[in-house]
Design a protein around this ligand. Sequence first.
Ligand SMILES: Cc1ncc(COP(=O)(O)O)c(C=O)c1O
Length: 425
Amino acid sequence: MRRRNFLGASVGVIVGATQAWPKTAHGIFHLNTPLPPPDANDESFWKFVRMQFPLTHDRAYLNTGGLGASPYAVIDAVKNKMDELEKISETGHSEELWKEIKTDAARLLGCDWDEIAFTRNTTEGINIIADGFPLQRGDEVILTTHEHVANAIPWVEKSKTQGIVLKMFEPSLSSQQENIDRIEKLITSRTRLISIPHGVTTTGLIMPIKEISLLAKAKNIWFFVDGAQTPGMFPFNLHEMGCDAFATSGHKWLMGPKETGLLYVRKNMLDVIQAKFIGAYSDNGFDFAKQDLVLHPSAQRYEYGTVSIPLRVGVHAAFKFIEKIGIENIWKRDQALSTRLFNALREIPDIVLLSPENSSMRSAMITFKHKKIPYIPLQAHLDSYKLRTRGVGEAGLDALRISTHIYNSFDEIDRVLEGIRTAKA
Ligand SMILES: Cc1ncc(COP(=O)(O)O)c(C=O)c1O
């Protein structure tokens, strides 16, 4: 059988098919176009995917863990909606539309649409959680020593102002059982909440959320997951994972517009995690005169006031884009690129890998340090190779992190390796 060639599609015809390819203003791909089934092992397919991004070829962008690049499909969706709404100067607010977008998000995350609230970013979701749990002075919260500032600052503030006690463990890079055991050792009769990341920002370690959920349930402890780094990178199911709440950003691996996020709150937790920042759309009716309020029955209770509908429509386009390519295919590609990098770095004498050796514990974020060169000059050296990396100074690490996503290529990985090999102390 003749191999499909996706690049044929980009110039207007799908090779092997008679169908003409509907073009966008950029000459390529339209979200409503039926794609031939993608094949994660077909390089021409990934070249075709790369053409969907305006991202420059001059510089290799390897910081999806910080911020994802958006495809034209997302950018156009935002622009078109903004153009449409500005002609009539309306917000475009519609609970029907929100339900439609959340239904597509829920399919990707493995939950129900009414368990999702739109947020601006993971940080906002974390703050809703930190403010919403009914914690009392002396209650204990378990965190890792490798939190991103977003899951550190709100808890430090709670510790300073409300007397919440923070207990931390160093995540193990070699054993998931060890991670579960380290959490269990910190649990006391005052432990109320575990608040840890799904994908650890420093090392790319994937935490065993399902097993930690079981531990939390057995000990009657709430479990919140900082999910900034995983949706859009690999498939998972929140209901199966069993955590009580999960916050993420639309603008990282999901490739949505900047300043978009999602907060998942399990149905039976909606009345436990109090909505503190509320207003129009948070309610299901209120009576000002009688001072009566009924909160929205869904996670929409955590949303409030006028929002940007173009951004919500843009993140919707991102979910559709991911669904077209297939989250399993995305994971295969991200893993193929990051595994190539990991294995090659292992062969470079002065490099120390800080991401897990065991591939089942590893994400598409690879972190390493140079024995003789601090990360800042090393990053500057890689900059001169037009490589955008991310420095990792958290938890006392002096390292660099490379994220590999669907717009990256094996050639870019080779460029990273060349840059590292030529670095001089
Ligand atoms: C683990 C983790 N949590 C939270 C955040 C904050 O994300 P945002 O800036 O989108 O709120 C990040 C960003 O890199 C992260 O890596």
